[in-house]
Design a protein around this ligand. Structure first.
Ligand code: UT7
Length: 318
């Protein structure tokens, strides 16, 4: 059997930090409300000329350095993003060039919004398990600040910018035990950016019915926890760490409760990072691994929920 496993991670956050006080000076909100309702204290916002590919490059370089491998041994690049630099080429192709990878490896983007990294990880895992590829760079990166309406207090206090990367490698031991992907296109009106190429629209910013998204997310993530454990014949007590998408501390707490997991076993970056969409899970993973909290051999449950709706999970032995 061939399995995939994470051999290295990397993360990048833009230099500019925006705290809640700055938002209070812009819109009708308060530090207390934001912290209590979302768990966010501050977030990072990209510079005016800083792009998704710029952030992806920094995160990928850190992961490559941590893995101590030559970039040209990567044989696939997947970038999960909803905010690509260009319509085309894909951000993954731009990244391949930036990293000096000249081995003609496959490179493509995946668009599943906040669940994008889980989708990308799942695809990469399949390529490795099939024996087709041995080393895959998976990046999640989003520059949400470009699609935020800074007058909409229902979204601008939550979303932020950042990128995370992992390198997956083929091995004889798992690694990734299973991934679970879902979507339901019935709920597009609850969370969207109603503008694009074939349907331009006049409001190219996020629109979210937050409270309805919240309720759906809590229920759905509870279900995917059950699905993931059942698929692997595991019980809640087998999970060492929950590595959740950092959307709202109250959603994360509800999922931890479902797992009977104390919050010390939940990777939390939301207070400092906000919700970085595709970047959120790989950034959280990188922060807990580089801090030495997640140790080799431990079992991790990764989960995410986002626009689409899309949702997914991955069960991993680190
Ligand atoms: O990334 C993946 C997908 N996204 C998510 O998972 C996000 C899910 N949703 C959420 O995180 C939460 O719904 C929010 C943080 C967006 C909102 O929290 P909430 O507890 O659901 O608030 P709400 O929308 O029910 O609004 C409650 C009150 C309202 O005032 P009234 O009508 O009760 O007077 C809002 O107008 O809070 C008000 N409000 C605010 N007040 C201060 C909404 N946003 C703010 C704000 N500051 N920023």
């Amino acid at each position: 059997m061939i399995y995939s496993r994470i051999i290295a991670t990397g993360g990048y956050l833009p230099a500019r930090v925006m705290d809640n006080a700055e938002l209070v000076s812009m819109i009708d909100t308060s530090d207390e409300w934001i912290q209590e309702r979302t768990g966010i204290r501050k977030r990072h916002i990209a510079a005016a000329d800083e792009t998704t590919c710029d952030m992806a490059e920094q995160a990928a370089r850190k992961a490559l350095a941590a893995a101590e491998i030559d970039a040209n041994t990567i044989d696939q690049i997947i970038v999960a993003t909803t905010t690509p630099d260009w319509i085309f080429p894909s951000t993954a192709c731009l990244l391949q060039e930036r990293l000096g990878i000249n081995n003609n490896c496959a490179a493509f983007d995946v668009q599943a919004v906040c669940t994008g990294f889980i989708y990308a990880l799942s695809i990469a895992d399949k390529f490795i398990r099939s024996g087709e590829h041995k080393r895959i760079l998976v990046v999640g990166a989003d520059v949400n600040s470009r699609i935020i309406d800074w007058t909409d207090r229902g979204t601008c206090v939550i979303f932020a910018d950042g990128a995370g990367a992992v390198i997956l490698e083929a091995g004889t031991e798992p690694g990734i035990y299973s991934t679970h992907l879902h979507a339901n296109g019935k709920y597009t009106d609850l969370l969207n950016v109603p503008a694009g190429v074939s349907k331009p629209g006049d409001y190219p910013y996020m629109k979210m019915k937050g409270n309805e998204v919240f309720k759906f997310a809590v229920n759905t993530l509870g279900d995917i926890v059950d699905e993931t454990l059942a698929a692997n014949n595991l019980t809640k007590s087998d999970i060492d760490w929950l590595v959740p998408h950092q959307a709202n501390i109250r959603i994360i707490t509800a999922t931890a409760k479902k797992l009977d997991l104390p919050m010390e076993r939940v990777v939390l970056t939301i207070a400092e990072h906000g919700n970085t969409s595709g970047g959120s899970i790989p950034l959280a993973l990188d922060s807990a691994i580089t801090a030495g909290d997640i140790k080799p051999g431990e079992i991790l449950l990764l989960e995410a929920f986002g626009a689409g709706f899309t949702w997914g999970s991955a069960l991993i032995r680190y």
